[in-house]
Write a protein that binds this ligand. Structure first.
Ligand SMILES: Nc1ncnc2c1ncn2[C@@H]1O[C@H](COP(=O)(O)OP(=O)(O)OP(=O)(O)O)[C@@H](O)[C@H]1O
Ligand SMILES: O=P(O)(O)OC[C@H]1O[C@](O)(CO)[C@@H](O)[C@@H]1O
Ligand SMILES: [Mg+2]
Length: 327
Protein backbone atom coordinates (compact mmCIF):
# COMPACT_ATOMS: atom_id res chain seq x y z
CA UNK A 1 0.00 0.00 0.00
CA UNK A 2 1.05 3.57 -0.59
CA UNK A 3 3.89 2.95 -3.06
CA UNK A 4 2.37 4.30 -6.23
CA UNK A 5 -0.16 6.97 -5.17
CA UNK A 6 1.50 10.41 -5.17
CA UNK A 7 -1.18 13.06 -5.32
CA UNK A 8 -4.93 13.22 -4.60
CA UNK A 9 -7.65 15.88 -4.52
CA UNK A 10 -10.38 16.49 -1.94
CA UNK A 11 -13.55 18.59 -2.04
CA UNK A 12 -16.84 19.16 -0.22
CA UNK A 13 -20.02 19.42 -2.29
CA UNK A 14 -23.79 19.92 -1.88
CA UNK A 15 -25.25 21.09 1.41
CA UNK A 16 -22.60 21.51 4.08
CA UNK A 17 -22.69 19.39 7.23
CA UNK A 18 -20.99 19.67 10.62
CA UNK A 19 -18.05 17.29 10.59
CA UNK A 20 -17.00 17.97 7.00
CA UNK A 21 -13.97 19.82 8.37
CA UNK A 22 -13.06 16.82 10.48
CA UNK A 23 -13.23 14.66 7.35
CA UNK A 24 -10.99 17.05 5.36
CA UNK A 25 -8.48 17.06 8.22
CA UNK A 26 -8.48 13.30 8.36
CA UNK A 27 -7.96 12.93 4.59
CA UNK A 28 -5.11 15.44 4.64
CA UNK A 29 -3.35 13.96 7.66
CA UNK A 30 -3.70 10.40 6.37
CA UNK A 31 -2.05 11.56 3.16
CA UNK A 32 0.70 13.34 5.08
CA UNK A 33 1.26 10.16 7.05
CA UNK A 34 1.73 8.20 3.81
CA UNK A 35 3.71 10.87 1.95
CA UNK A 36 0.90 11.69 -0.49
CA UNK A 37 0.33 15.25 -1.69
CA UNK A 38 -3.23 16.64 -1.27
CA UNK A 39 -4.90 19.43 -3.19
CA UNK A 40 -8.08 20.92 -1.71
CA UNK A 41 -10.59 22.27 -4.25
CA UNK A 42 -12.79 25.16 -3.18
CA UNK A 43 -16.58 25.23 -3.58
CA UNK A 44 -17.10 21.68 -4.69
CA UNK A 45 -16.96 20.84 -8.38
CA UNK A 46 -16.93 24.55 -9.24
CA UNK A 47 -13.40 24.72 -7.85
CA UNK A 48 -12.28 21.81 -10.03
CA UNK A 49 -13.76 23.43 -13.14
CA UNK A 50 -12.18 26.82 -12.27
CA UNK A 51 -8.98 25.27 -10.90
CA UNK A 52 -9.57 27.12 -7.65
CA UNK A 53 -7.45 25.04 -5.33
CA UNK A 54 -4.41 24.84 -3.09
CA UNK A 55 -2.10 22.31 -1.54
CA UNK A 56 -3.09 21.31 1.97
CA UNK A 57 -0.52 20.16 4.51
CA UNK A 58 -1.02 18.94 8.07
CA UNK A 59 -0.85 22.48 9.48
CA UNK A 60 -3.40 23.84 6.98
CA UNK A 61 -6.04 21.70 8.67
CA UNK A 62 -5.07 22.48 12.27
CA UNK A 63 -7.89 23.44 14.65
CA UNK A 64 -10.72 22.73 12.23
CA UNK A 65 -11.92 19.43 13.73
CA UNK A 66 -14.19 21.36 16.08
CA UNK A 67 -15.63 23.78 13.51
CA UNK A 68 -18.94 23.55 11.65
CA UNK A 69 -19.25 24.32 7.93
CA UNK A 70 -16.40 23.46 5.59
CA UNK A 71 -13.10 25.28 5.20
CA UNK A 72 -13.15 24.30 1.51
CA UNK A 73 -16.63 25.83 1.24
CA UNK A 74 -19.33 24.06 -0.75
CA UNK A 75 -21.46 24.68 -3.80
CA UNK A 76 -24.15 23.33 -6.03
CA UNK A 77 -22.46 23.48 -9.43
CA UNK A 78 -24.75 23.34 -12.46
CA UNK A 79 -21.86 23.23 -14.96
CA UNK A 80 -20.62 19.92 -13.58
CA UNK A 81 -23.91 18.35 -14.63
CA UNK A 82 -22.78 18.79 -18.26
CA UNK A 83 -20.22 16.64 -20.07
CA UNK A 84 -18.29 19.80 -21.04
CA UNK A 85 -18.07 20.86 -17.41
CA UNK A 86 -16.75 17.48 -16.34
CA UNK A 87 -14.23 17.57 -19.22
CA UNK A 88 -12.88 20.88 -17.89
CA UNK A 89 -12.71 19.41 -14.40
CA UNK A 90 -10.84 16.34 -15.64
CA UNK A 91 -8.37 18.45 -17.62
CA UNK A 92 -7.55 20.45 -14.47
CA UNK A 93 -7.12 17.30 -12.40
CA UNK A 94 -4.75 15.87 -15.03
CA UNK A 95 -2.81 19.14 -15.29
CA UNK A 96 -2.15 19.00 -11.56
CA UNK A 97 -1.17 15.33 -11.70
CA UNK A 98 -4.03 14.27 -9.44
CA UNK A 99 -4.54 10.51 -9.42
CA UNK A 100 -7.67 10.22 -7.31
CA UNK A 101 -10.44 12.37 -5.86
CA UNK A 102 -12.16 12.18 -2.47
CA UNK A 103 -15.66 13.68 -2.61
CA UNK A 104 -17.33 14.58 0.69
CA UNK A 105 -21.03 15.18 0.07
CA UNK A 106 -24.47 13.73 -0.53
CA UNK A 107 -26.12 11.59 -3.20
CA UNK A 108 -25.97 14.31 -5.88
CA UNK A 109 -22.25 14.80 -5.30
CA UNK A 110 -21.70 11.05 -5.63
CA UNK A 111 -23.68 10.97 -8.89
CA UNK A 112 -21.32 13.61 -10.27
CA UNK A 113 -18.28 11.71 -8.97
CA UNK A 114 -19.50 8.49 -10.51
CA UNK A 115 -19.98 10.13 -13.93
CA UNK A 116 -16.51 11.71 -13.78
CA UNK A 117 -14.93 8.38 -13.00
CA UNK A 118 -16.88 6.46 -15.67
CA UNK A 119 -16.23 9.03 -18.39
CA UNK A 120 -12.59 9.82 -17.67
CA UNK A 121 -11.27 6.89 -15.75
CA UNK A 122 -10.19 8.81 -12.67
CA UNK A 123 -10.61 7.01 -9.34
CA UNK A 124 -13.16 8.58 -6.98
CA UNK A 125 -14.06 7.74 -3.39
CA UNK A 126 -17.12 9.09 -1.59
CA UNK A 127 -17.49 10.11 2.05
CA UNK A 128 -21.14 10.64 3.08
CA UNK A 129 -21.52 14.16 4.45
CA UNK A 130 -25.10 15.37 4.85
CA UNK A 131 -27.33 16.10 7.82
CA UNK A 132 -30.20 14.22 6.14
CA UNK A 133 -28.74 10.71 6.70
CA UNK A 134 -30.38 9.74 3.41
CA UNK A 135 -27.58 7.69 1.84
CA UNK A 136 -27.78 3.97 1.28
CA UNK A 137 -24.90 1.85 2.55
CA UNK A 138 -24.06 3.64 5.77
CA UNK A 139 -25.90 3.68 9.07
CA UNK A 140 -24.86 7.28 9.66
CA UNK A 141 -23.77 10.20 7.52
CA UNK A 142 -21.45 12.91 8.81
CA UNK A 143 -23.48 15.76 10.30
CA UNK A 144 -26.61 13.79 11.17
CA UNK A 145 -25.78 13.40 14.85
CA UNK A 146 -24.95 17.09 15.25
CA UNK A 147 -28.13 18.17 13.47
CA UNK A 148 -30.19 15.86 15.69
CA UNK A 149 -28.71 17.37 18.82
CA UNK A 150 -29.34 20.88 17.49
CA UNK A 151 -32.97 20.02 16.76
CA UNK A 152 -33.48 18.40 20.15
CA UNK A 153 -32.03 21.44 21.91
CA UNK A 154 -34.25 23.82 19.91
CA UNK A 155 -37.43 21.78 20.42
CA UNK A 156 -36.75 21.41 24.14
CA UNK A 157 -36.74 25.20 24.34
CA UNK A 158 -39.98 25.43 22.39
CA UNK A 159 -41.46 22.80 24.72
CA UNK A 160 -40.86 25.09 27.71
CA UNK A 161 -42.96 27.88 26.26
CA UNK A 162 -45.51 25.46 24.74
CA UNK A 163 -46.21 23.93 28.15
CA UNK A 164 -46.41 27.33 29.87
CA UNK A 165 -49.11 28.39 27.41
CA UNK A 166 -50.81 25.04 26.84
CA UNK A 167 -50.06 25.27 23.13
CA UNK A 168 -49.77 22.99 20.14
CA UNK A 169 -46.65 23.52 18.00
CA UNK A 170 -46.00 22.36 14.47
CA UNK A 171 -42.22 22.31 14.08
CA UNK A 172 -40.62 21.79 10.67
CA UNK A 173 -37.22 20.17 10.44
CA UNK A 174 -34.94 19.55 7.45
CA UNK A 175 -35.13 16.52 5.22
CA UNK A 176 -36.00 17.43 1.64
CA UNK A 177 -36.87 13.84 0.80
CA UNK A 178 -36.26 12.04 4.06
CA UNK A 179 -37.56 11.76 7.60
CA UNK A 180 -34.49 10.58 9.52
CA UNK A 181 -34.09 13.83 11.42
CA UNK A 182 -37.81 14.11 12.19
CA UNK A 183 -38.14 10.50 13.35
CA UNK A 184 -35.11 10.37 15.61
CA UNK A 185 -35.50 13.86 17.04
CA UNK A 186 -39.26 13.28 17.37
CA UNK A 187 -38.67 10.35 19.69
CA UNK A 188 -36.08 12.32 21.68
CA UNK A 189 -38.38 15.30 22.28
CA UNK A 190 -41.54 13.28 22.93
CA UNK A 191 -43.44 14.47 19.87
CA UNK A 192 -47.14 13.58 19.72
CA UNK A 193 -46.95 13.05 15.95
CA UNK A 194 -44.03 12.64 13.58
CA UNK A 195 -44.78 13.30 9.91
CA UNK A 196 -42.24 11.98 7.41
CA UNK A 197 -42.27 11.48 3.64
CA UNK A 198 -41.56 7.74 3.90
CA UNK A 199 -44.78 7.08 5.80
CA UNK A 200 -48.20 8.24 4.61
CA UNK A 201 -50.34 9.74 7.37
CA UNK A 202 -53.89 11.10 7.13
CA UNK A 203 -54.86 14.40 8.74
CA UNK A 204 -57.60 12.51 10.64
CA UNK A 205 -54.96 10.44 12.43
CA UNK A 206 -53.13 13.60 13.52
CA UNK A 207 -56.34 15.19 14.82
CA UNK A 208 -57.39 12.06 16.71
CA UNK A 209 -53.99 11.76 18.35
CA UNK A 210 -54.03 15.39 19.42
CA UNK A 211 -57.53 15.07 20.89
CA UNK A 212 -56.60 11.91 22.77
CA UNK A 213 -53.50 13.62 24.11
CA UNK A 214 -55.54 16.48 25.52
CA UNK A 215 -58.08 14.06 27.02
CA UNK A 216 -55.16 12.29 28.66
CA UNK A 217 -54.07 15.55 30.28
CA UNK A 218 -51.27 16.73 27.97
CA UNK A 219 -50.36 20.37 28.64
CA UNK A 220 -48.58 20.84 25.31
CA UNK A 221 -48.18 18.96 22.04
CA UNK A 222 -45.40 18.96 19.50
CA UNK A 223 -45.95 17.75 15.93
CA UNK A 224 -42.63 17.31 14.16
CA UNK A 225 -42.94 17.72 10.39
CA UNK A 226 -40.16 16.74 7.99
CA UNK A 227 -39.62 19.31 5.24
CA UNK A 228 -40.45 16.67 2.62
CA UNK A 229 -43.74 15.55 4.21
CA UNK A 230 -46.19 14.75 1.41
CA UNK A 231 -49.34 16.23 3.04
CA UNK A 232 -47.76 19.68 3.21
CA UNK A 233 -45.41 21.83 5.24
CA UNK A 234 -45.77 22.76 8.91
CA UNK A 235 -47.75 25.93 8.13
CA UNK A 236 -50.22 24.03 5.96
CA UNK A 237 -50.60 21.31 8.59
CA UNK A 238 -51.24 23.93 11.27
CA UNK A 239 -53.91 25.68 9.16
CA UNK A 240 -55.68 22.41 8.37
CA UNK A 241 -55.60 21.34 12.02
CA UNK A 242 -57.04 24.70 13.15
CA UNK A 243 -60.12 24.01 11.00
CA UNK A 244 -60.80 20.85 13.02
CA UNK A 245 -59.59 22.03 16.43
CA UNK A 246 -60.58 25.72 16.54
CA UNK A 247 -60.12 26.03 20.31
CA UNK A 248 -56.44 24.96 20.16
CA UNK A 249 -53.80 27.65 20.50
CA UNK A 250 -51.48 26.72 17.62
CA UNK A 251 -48.04 28.05 16.67
CA UNK A 252 -45.61 27.13 13.89
CA UNK A 253 -41.82 27.11 14.00
CA UNK A 254 -39.55 26.33 11.03
CA UNK A 255 -36.07 25.55 12.34
CA UNK A 256 -34.34 26.06 8.98
CA UNK A 257 -30.63 26.36 8.37
CA UNK A 258 -29.62 26.57 12.02
CA UNK A 259 -29.82 22.77 11.76
CA UNK A 260 -26.84 22.71 9.39
CA UNK A 261 -24.49 24.78 11.52
CA UNK A 262 -22.63 24.48 14.78
CA UNK A 263 -19.69 22.58 16.17
CA UNK A 264 -19.82 18.88 15.31
CA UNK A 265 -20.60 16.44 18.10
CA UNK A 266 -18.00 13.95 19.28
CA UNK A 267 -19.79 11.19 17.32
CA UNK A 268 -19.57 13.18 14.07
CA UNK A 269 -15.89 14.05 14.61
CA UNK A 270 -14.99 10.43 15.23
CA UNK A 271 -17.07 9.18 12.28
CA UNK A 272 -15.56 11.79 9.95
CA UNK A 273 -12.05 10.91 11.08
CA UNK A 274 -12.60 7.18 10.55
CA UNK A 275 -14.06 7.71 7.08
CA UNK A 276 -11.29 10.11 6.03
CA UNK A 277 -8.65 7.50 6.81
CA UNK A 278 -10.67 4.80 5.05
CA UNK A 279 -11.15 6.90 1.91
CA UNK A 280 -7.41 7.48 1.43
CA UNK A 281 -6.69 3.81 2.12
CA UNK A 282 -9.22 2.85 -0.55
CA UNK A 283 -7.41 5.00 -3.11
CA UNK A 284 -4.05 3.58 -2.00
CA UNK A 285 -5.41 0.08 -2.48
CA UNK A 286 -6.32 0.96 -6.07
CA UNK A 287 -10.08 1.03 -5.54
CA UNK A 288 -12.51 3.43 -7.16
CA UNK A 289 -16.20 4.34 -7.22
CA UNK A 290 -16.84 3.23 -3.68
CA UNK A 291 -18.25 5.09 -0.72
CA UNK A 292 -16.86 4.55 2.75
CA UNK A 293 -19.48 4.24 5.45
CA UNK A 294 -20.14 2.65 8.79
CA UNK A 295 -22.37 -0.34 9.40
CA UNK A 296 -23.03 -1.97 12.77
CA UNK A 297 -20.17 0.03 14.21
CA UNK A 298 -17.55 -1.00 11.63
CA UNK A 299 -16.18 0.95 8.70
CA UNK A 300 -17.40 -0.56 5.42
CA UNK A 301 -17.48 0.18 1.72
CA UNK A 302 -20.35 0.14 -0.74
CA UNK A 303 -20.28 0.79 -4.48
CA UNK A 304 -21.13 4.39 -5.31
CA UNK A 305 -23.64 3.02 -7.77
CA UNK A 306 -25.56 1.34 -4.93
CA UNK A 307 -25.17 4.38 -2.68
CA UNK A 308 -26.90 6.60 -5.23
CA UNK A 309 -29.40 4.20 -6.74
CA UNK A 310 -30.78 2.61 -3.59
CA UNK A 311 -32.74 4.32 -0.83
CA UNK A 312 -31.96 3.75 2.83
CA UNK A 313 -35.10 2.46 4.53
CA UNK A 314 -36.64 4.19 7.50
CA UNK A 315 -36.53 2.06 10.66
CA UNK A 316 -40.11 0.76 11.05
CA UNK A 317 -39.34 -0.31 14.58
CA UNK A 318 -38.57 3.31 15.48
CA UNK A 319 -41.94 4.34 14.03
CA UNK A 320 -43.57 1.69 16.17
CA UNK A 321 -41.73 2.86 19.28
CA UNK A 322 -42.69 6.48 18.61
CA UNK A 323 -46.32 5.43 18.34
CA UNK A 324 -46.25 3.53 21.64
CA UNK A 325 -44.67 6.26 23.75
CA UNK A 326 -46.56 9.28 22.37
CA UNK A 327 -49.83 8.68 24.24
N1 LIG B 1 -26.75 14.10 -12.13
C1 LIG B 1 -25.63 14.79 -11.86
N2 LIG B 1 -24.63 14.85 -12.78
C2 LIG B 1 -23.49 15.53 -12.52
N3 LIG B 1 -23.26 16.20 -11.40
C3 LIG B 1 -24.20 16.19 -10.45
C4 LIG B 1 -25.43 15.49 -10.63
N4 LIG B 1 -26.19 15.66 -9.51
C5 LIG B 1 -25.45 16.44 -8.70
N5 LIG B 1 -24.27 16.76 -9.26
C6 LIG B 1 -23.23 17.65 -8.70
O1 LIG B 1 -23.18 17.52 -7.29
C7 LIG B 1 -23.54 18.77 -6.68
C8 LIG B 1 -24.22 18.52 -5.38
O2 LIG B 1 -25.43 17.80 -5.58
P1 LIG B 1 -26.73 18.14 -4.72
O3 LIG B 1 -27.02 19.59 -4.82
O4 LIG B 1 -27.79 17.19 -5.14
O5 LIG B 1 -26.30 17.89 -3.20
P2 LIG B 1 -25.96 16.55 -2.42
O6 LIG B 1 -24.55 16.15 -2.69
O7 LIG B 1 -26.99 15.51 -2.70
O8 LIG B 1 -26.03 17.06 -0.91
P3 LIG B 1 -27.33 17.40 -0.01
O9 LIG B 1 -28.54 16.73 -0.62
O10 LIG B 1 -26.98 16.86 1.32
O11 LIG B 1 -27.42 18.89 -0.03
C9 LIG B 1 -24.37 19.46 -7.74
O12 LIG B 1 -24.42 20.86 -7.56
C10 LIG B 1 -23.61 19.09 -9.01
O13 LIG B 1 -22.45 19.86 -9.16
O1 LIG C 1 -30.76 25.80 1.24
P1 LIG C 1 -30.14 24.68 0.52
O2 LIG C 1 -28.64 24.73 0.49
O3 LIG C 1 -30.75 24.44 -0.81
O4 LIG C 1 -30.41 23.38 1.36
C1 LIG C 1 -31.63 22.88 1.79
C2 LIG C 1 -31.57 21.39 1.82
O5 LIG C 1 -30.34 20.92 2.33
C3 LIG C 1 -30.55 19.83 3.20
O6 LIG C 1 -30.40 20.24 4.50
C4 LIG C 1 -29.48 18.82 3.01
O7 LIG C 1 -28.24 19.40 3.23
C5 LIG C 1 -32.00 19.41 2.96
O8 LIG C 1 -32.63 18.77 4.02
C6 LIG C 1 -32.63 20.73 2.62
O9 LIG C 1 -33.76 20.61 1.86
MG1 LIG D 1 -28.86 15.08 -1.75
Amino acid sequence: MGKSLKHIGVLTSGGDAPGMNAAIRSVVRTCTHHGIEVTGFYEGYQGVIDDNAETLDARAVAHIINRGGTMLRSARCAEFRTREGRQKAYDNLKKRGIEGLVVIGGDGSFTGASLLSDEFDIPVIGIPGTIDNDIYGTDFTIGFDTALNTVVDAVDRIRDTATSHNRLFFIEVMGRDSGFIALNAGIAVGATNILIPEESTELDEVITKLKTGRENGKTSSIVLVAEGEKMGDALFMAEETKKHLPDYDIRVSVLGHMQRGGNPTCADRVLATRLGVAAVEQLMAGHSSVMCGVRNGSVCTVSIHDAISRKPGIDRNLMHIAEIVSL
